[in-house]
Design a protein. Structure first.
Length: 421
């Protein structure tokens, strides 16, 4: 280990010390007579700084040896078996013996983020447009459903597509001003759009309820059969001769979000194989080359924003009817960051990777809930390790939709492909 590596590790450890000292080193506890006292934890800070120092040395040593020396499993090879296995498990989860109300709620939450990740994957993973304000379409769908259901008394099956269409309309409105922007500038504009929507929801109190939100949102019914507790003739339990139980509604919501997520996945896969999907991938790789090939960049970007917003609106409508109450606090920037992290960690453009990342991030958070604040430290470290070992995501080696066939031949020291497109 040379001096440069030690100096680099020491610098990183010093930065970690400055961050951990006030956050971890001092803990606020309740003292006598309701007073607050500070309890120092300098031993824990020293342990964390030591771990950071050793981890930095390990990273430098790994980079010096070369990443090719470390064999990592390639998930795309087992994807053809893993994807059906995950789908089968999701379908039978509600009827498994160990599944209770808590497990169903976790499954609904995970599937909601899977759907949001697949929707954002159209914009970021396929079209290459960095969107930091995706939660705005999530919020538009939720508030559109709540206002339509309460104002006109329409059912869930009518308000759901309308909420998605309204979110897609706002996606097109966002797409027009950012047609000439790329990279960081596009990210800043979309971030601002997300904050604008949140501020509107906070201040337009006469319509959105302001910080108090909207309550009493109608619950969905099973094609007109409500999930009532008395089990009357006109209820779901009465129509099928079942014992009334609140689990029936939760199971219905679970299969509903599963169907919506599968619809999002099916549409994304089908569009990827169409000329529009190929135009998205070409735009992601090189916008200038796409223009030179005659691709209508304007329509390509607008369709990506519109479709991504459409599925975000569907997820928002489901969130509103599941919760029965929505407020601006549910649609902050942290939600956009979580959805984007799911897409990046899973692998840009990978449907299976997004599903695995959502399962790990959202489900894992609940598994480690007893660790309190340590679960954030654990998952933060896990995300850093994944990005170092797999910088393109868990499933970041997806085969392109269109490839050049034939063999490669060396010409002048370079490799060119010969074959037909």
């Amino acid at each position: 280990m040379n001096r440069a590596s030690l100096r680099d590790a020491a610098t990183v450890a010093a930065v970690a010390l400055l961050l951990f000292a006030p956050i971890v080193g001092l803990r606020t506890d309740v003292g006598p007579v309701g007073s607050l006292i500070l309890r120092p934890r300098w031993g824990l800070v020293a342990l964390l700084v030591g771990l950071v120092f050793c981890g930095r040395l390990a990273i430098l040593a790994w980079q010096a040896r070369g990443p090719a020396r470390i064999a990592l499993p390639r998930l795309p090879r087992i994807g053809r078996f893993l994807a059906p296995a995950l789908l089968g498990f999701a379908v039978v989860l509600p009827v498994l013996p160990f599944t209770g109300r808590y497990e169903l709620d976790i499954g609904i939450l995970v599937l909601t983020y899977v759907m949001l990740g697949w929707g954002l994957n159209i914009v970021v993973g396929l079209a290459g447009l960095l969107d930091l304000g995706y939660v705005a379409f999530y919020a538009i769908g939720a508030y559109s459903y709540a206002l339509l259901a309460q104002t006109f008394g329409w059912s869930f099956w009518i308000c759901l597509p309308l909420a998605g269409v309204l979110a897609a309309f706002w996606g097109v409105l966002l797409g027009f001003p950012v047609l000439r922007l790329r990279g960081d500038y596009l990210a800043i504009v979309t971030l601002g759009f997300g904050e604008i929507i949140r501020i509107i929801l906070l201040n337009w109190a006469s319509v959105t309820g302001g910080p108090n939100g909207i309550g009493g949102i109608p619950r969905p019914s099973f094609f007109g059969l409500p999930f009532s507790a008395d089990g009357g003739p006109g209820s779901f339990a009465g129509a099928f001769g079942l014992e009334p139980s609140p689990v029936h509604r939760v199971m219905f919501l679970y299969y509903l979000i599963l169907a919506l997520a599968l619809l999002t996945n099916w549409v994304s896969i089908r569009l990827r194989r169409q000329p529009l999907g190929r135009a998205w991938e070409a735009l992601r790789e090189d916008e200038i080359a796409s223009r030179a090939l005659g691709i209508n960049v304007t329509n390509t970007k607008l369709t990506a924003f519109a479709l991504g917003a459409l599925f975000g609106g569907f997820a928002g409508a489901f969130f509103a009817t599941r919760q029965g109450f929505i407020s601006p606090e549910s649609f902050t920037f942290s939600e956009s960051a979580i959805i984007l992290a799911i897409v990046v960690l899973g692998g840009l453009g990978s449907q299976l990777g997004v599903a695995i990342a959502a399962l790990v991030m959202i489900g894992g958070f609940e598994l480690f809930r007893d660790l309190d604040e340590w679960r954030m430290l654990f998952f933060g470290g896990a995300m850093v390790v994944i990005m170092i070992l797999k910088p393109r995501g868990l499933v970041g080696e997806r085969t392109p939709t269109v490839t050049l066939g034939g063999q490669k031949k060396a010409i002048g020291g370079g490799m060119v492909g010969q074959g037909q497109g």
